[in-house]
Design a protein around this ligand. Structure first.
Ligand code: ZN
Length: 452
């Protein structure tokens, strides 16, 4: 293990990252990233030795790419974040969502944990390593590439999808660090940090129920809306079949570590078709069972419904759109078959339109080991577990290129403060000073261990 430098002025570095975070939070980047890209450019231009490029898809939604060159002994590390944020419902916020306000040790604002905090930490560290390189005349063993992209919260059309198409050479890297994990939760007496090494795929599932039209005053058994309702009920009443992937197997193995024997058994039973449902019901950790239910199965969530348009007319068709999520290794076809078998109604047609395939990356890498070492250093006794994210992020674009993207935005759990994934997209999104400092140290040590 490399010798890590703990003589740095961490208070000053943390203040610097908080200053960047406040500045970014004060820019409303709901579908408009230009001013935030401008801010990053101005900050990066202060230090010598950083190449900067603005990647502009011609949509007014630019992306920012910057590189601090290393000596090239190892392939680059990509520090990835997105600058856009989801809209806010202002009446529900207790502070200005674009004010970057600080109260009781927390920095508030839309994007505080999703994910301007990460942009601010990555920016601070790139500047820090540039200063170090100047001062010591020693380069890191790999390039550090900062990529702050647009349009992640929608379809990534002007962000990562555009970059992949128009400037893929800028993405050359061995590893990437992005959102998707890094937070801690308590499993019995064990603190576990999740490192996102895998993602499920996503699909739009459409159900079209057909039936006999007629007058609403004369009910009959071939009502399309009733067929649709029964189909949705059957899909919602129980999980689809179990699919255990290597990532989830390792996740469960880690969760079972240091647990009482009875709990170890329950965790193992979650992986077997006959006992999985019962074991998930018996485990007391809501947070974990919620995740396990999502990652052990293909899932569907009904979100949009369409039936008739007049109260007294039974329509001949009714539609439902469901948010479908597919375990890596499963296909649109196998997913379709599972849904059809569960619905078992010839009056309901099913269509699966795949948006993205899932992926799994290895966790026996130098990057994973560096994250484990950094967590051991800064939160002794805690462990890191590989984790499958049930939703998607821009990491899905990197895995097919042979880059190993890990979702790891390091955050300690804080009593009284909801987990970051509960604060993301929510009212009063916030991050503590303490967690900005913690994340900065963990990322710093990880980068350093990987790069010298
Ligand atoms: Zn995000």
């Amino acid at each position: 293990m490399a010798t890590l430098d703990h003589t740095l002025n961490w208070d000053a570095l943390t203040d610097e990252s908080v200053r960047h975070l406040q500045a970014l939070l004060r820019i409303d980047t709901t579908a408009q990233e230009g001013p935030a890209v401008q801010y990053l450019c101005e900050q990066l231009a202060i230090e010598a030795g950083i190449e900067i490029r603005i990647l502009e898809p011609g949509s007014g939604r630019p992306n920012l790419w910057a590189r601090l060159r290393g000596n090239g002994k190892q392939r680059p590390l990509l520090l990835l974040s997105h600058l856009d944020v989801v809209p806010v419902e202002r009446p529900y916020w207790s502070v200005d969502p674009f004010g970057g306000e600080i109260h009781d040790g927390y920095i508030y604002g839309r994007g505080a944990v999703d994910m301007k905090d990460m942009t601010a930490k990555q920016l601070t560290l790139l500047l820090h390593f540039a200063r170090q390189a100047q001062a010591t005349r020693k380069e890191l063993d790999r390039d550090l590439v900062l990529l702050a992209v647009a349009d992640e919260e929608c379809m990534s059309e002007f962000g990562m999808a555009w970059i992949i198409k128009h400037a893929p050479e800028l993405l050359e890297a061995e590893f990437a660090l992005n959102e998707g994990g890094g937070y801690a939760f308590q499993c019995g007496s064990q603190r576990v940090y999740v490192c996102e090494t895998a993602q499920k795929g996503s699909a739009q599932v459409t159900l079209r129920a057909v039936g006999k039209p007629g007058h609403g005053a004369f009910p009959h058994s071939e009502n399309a809306v009733a067929h649709l309702a029964r189909a949705i009920y059957r899909l919602s009443a129980a999980s689809l079949p179990l699919h255990v992937t290597p990532t989830v197997q390792r996740f469960v193995d880690k969760l079972a570590l240091n647990q009482p024997r009875s709990k170890q058994l329950l965790f193992r039973q979650t992986l077997h078709p006959l006992s999985s449902g019962m074991a998930l019901n018996m485990l007391s950790e809501d947070e974990i069972t919620h995740v396990l239910r999502a990652v052990l199965h293909n899932t569907v969530s009904p979100t949009l419904l369409r039936g008739g348009d007049t109260l007294n007319v039974i329509p001949s068709e009714a539609f439902a759109h469901l948010d479908g999520r597919i375990v890596p290794g499963q296909t649109a076809r196998s997913f379709l078959r599972e849904i059809q078998q569960r619905i078992a109604d010839p009056n309901v047609e099913v269509d699966v339109d795949l948006n993205s395939s899932g992926y799994e990356c290895p966790s026996d890498t130098s990057m994973f080991a560096a994250l484990e070492a950094a967590i051991a250093q800064h939160d002794p006794g805690a462990i890191v577990a590989p984790y499958m994210f049930p939703a998607v992020s821009d990491s899905r674009f990197l895995a097919p290129l042979g880059i190993i993207p890990y979702g790891f935005d390091p955050m300690m759990s804080e009593p009284g403060c909801p987990l970051p994934q509960q604060l993301a997209h929510n009212h009063d999104e916030r991050i503590s000073f303490a967690n900005m400092g913690f994340g900065l140290r963990v990322l710093h040590d990880t980068i350093l261990q990987l790069s010298r």
